[in-house]
Design a protein around this ligand. Structure first.
Ligand SMILES: Cc1cc2nc3c(=O)[nH]c(=O)nc-3n(C[C@H](O)[C@H](O)[C@H](O)COP(=O)(O)OP(=O)(O)OC[C@H]3O[C@@H](n4cnc5c(N)ncnc54)[C@H](O)[C@@H]3O)c2cc1C
Length: 457
């Protein structure tokens, strides 16, 4: 059925009410963006793309009715959390309806072991609620003060905590999701852990996630440390020792090559980032004396320590400078900087060699390494900072990495099937099953761009 934009907006208004509908062009433009501006390659491709209508359902029933209405009229649908996705995967390329989960923000149940929440619950709110039952999130992105739970499981991969608990898709970090199919009569489907293929990291392509159950960890009293070293390779060797030490509890093990620490202005002001030093960021429950001795034995010294918080206030969190927040601080200091999402070899010692080889050919790269556990194995992941000169040079760097044992999840393409983030046939099978008219987030899958348009029948 063909419907014009004004008629469709009228139908949406009947479902959510005028105050939960965004029609002004300025607001639709700004609310349709995510954090693709981290990539100078994506900016010109995506900056003119925006939704025709943005709606904020207040209940799960309204969410279902919105999807049903859009499906009946074959209107594209883009799910939206906080919009912190960093490679344009949440930008509506074909206009249509953007559905924000902002107001689907009920914590349904929380126990010491798990949290069942609506998709729009902000991760920081789960962390706060978990604290009251002596629990905490297992892993979260550095955007946790804003990211929605549905957005994280759909668009993210892991983060702070992944050195202990692994990435989002591992073990039972995500235990259940309730999803909606994209049909005239959308169906809610409850999926257990073993059925989440095609849901985790689906980037709004296969289904609309309406509820999530996350596994929680027992609460730990984390101490935060910054440890400075004379050079990158000493910082890296120390980080490897700590990361591979199964006996030490950790939430974060990060290495920054100088001058990246100089971009973290608030920490520079605290004297935590001495001139010319590469640094290691660490969350552990070990006491300062122990970490001080360990650091000295490894050639470093503590430049910042924050004991576990004693009030309800969030206080300083050095993870605010890690993961992709590092890129944000770097771009603030120098707009020519961008990044890669890469992963070194997990052979101990090999990462230093890979870095040395890469530096000879690509001096524009600065090292930012995040240790994680993937498949139970500790791996040096990275969000390397890169001085951008041209797309060709960036692609040359990516090719060199891929050919030299450094895996790259290319954050400079919005096509999910163009790199290692893509989960392949499982996602495609789910998309066909749950989104038969291919209305969800169209334009972000190359394989579908090459197919004929789906039939209306
Ligand atoms: C500064 C910065 C730091 C970051 N740090 C990390 C990090 O540490 N770890 C990490 O993994 N990621 C990180 N990211 C990426 C991003 O923050 C995460 O992916 C984040 O959790 C996304 O949540 P969101 O609510 O902002 O999702 P959005 O950006 O709104 O959405 C992300 C994707 O999921 C889809 N989506 C959203 N909600 C739903 C839903 N309910 N159902 C189906 N699809 C949906 C969207 O269409 C989009 O494709 C970072 C990004 C930035 C800009």
């Amino acid at each position: 059925m063909v419907v014009n934009k004004a008629d469709f907006a009228g139908k949406v208004e009947k479902i959510v009410g005028a105050k939960n509908l965004i029609l002004s062009e300025a607001q639709r433009r700004s609310s349709s963006k995510d954090c693709y501006h981290f990539s100078p390659v994506l900016v010109p491709q995506l900056e003119e793309k925006f939704a025709d209508v943005i709606a904020r359902p207040q209940t799960q029933d309204q969410l279902r009715d919105l999807i049903g209405c859009a499906a009946a009229h074959r209107i594209p649908i883009t799910p939206r959390g906080a919009g912190t996705g960093n490679y344009g995967q949440g930008v509506p390329l074909r206009g249509g309806l953007m559905i924000s989960t902002r107001d689907l923000n009920k914590i349904i149940e929380i126990t010491t072991d798990e949290a069942r929440v609506e998709a729009g619950v902000i991760l920081q709110d789960i962390e706060k609620a978990a604290e009251s039952v002596s629990a905490e999130l297992r892993c979260f992105p550095s955007t946790m003060p804003t990211s929605h739970t549905g957005g994280f499981i759909s668009g993210g991969s892991g983060g702070i905590g992944s050195i202990q608990w692994g990435m989002l898709r591992e073990a039972d970090n995500v235990r259940h999701a309730r999803v909606l199919t994209i049909e005239e009569e959308p169906k809610f489907i409850d999926l257990e852990r073993s059925q989440l293929g095609g849901v985790l990291h689906n980037c709004g392509l296969t289904c609309f996630v309406s509820e999530v159950t996350l596994g929680l960890a027992p609460l730990v009293r984390w101490q935060q440390y910054v440890i400075a070293f004379d050079d990158l390779y000493s910082a890296l060797a120390a980080a490897e020792k700590i990361a591979f030490d199964d006996g030490m509890k950790k939430r974060l093990v990060t290495v920054f090559e100088w001058p990246i620490p100089s971009y973290f202005i608030p920490l520079v002001k605290k004297g935590a980032m001495p001139d010319g030093k590469s640094v290691l960021f660490l969350y552990t429950d070990e006491a300062p004396d122990f970490i001080g001795d360990l650091a000295a034995g490894l050639g470093g010294h503590i430049t910042f320590h924050e004991p576990p918080k004693t009030s309800v206030k969030r206080g300083t969190q050095i993870y605010d400078y890690t993961w992709n927040h590092t890129t944000q601080w770097a771009m603030k200091a120098d707009p020519q900087l961008t990044y890669l999402q890469d992963r070194f070899s997990n052979e101990p010692g090999r990462v230093a060699e890979q870095i040395r080889e890469r530096k000879k050919l690509f001096p524009e790269v600065l090292e930012h390494i995040e240790f994680i556990k993937d498949g139970g194995v500790v791996v040096p992941g990275a969000l390397s900072i890169v001085r951008f000169s041209s797309k060709d040079r960036l692609w040359e760097l990516i090719d060199w990495c891929e050919n030299n044992g450094i895996r790259v999840a290319n954050p400079h393409t919005h096509f999910l099937d163009e790199d290692t983030r893509w989960y392949g046939d499982e996602h495609l099978a789910r998309k066909r099953e749950w989104d038969p008219y291919a209305l969800l987030n169209p334009g972000h899958l190359l394989v579908m761009e090459h197919q004929t348009a789906p039939s209306d029948s």
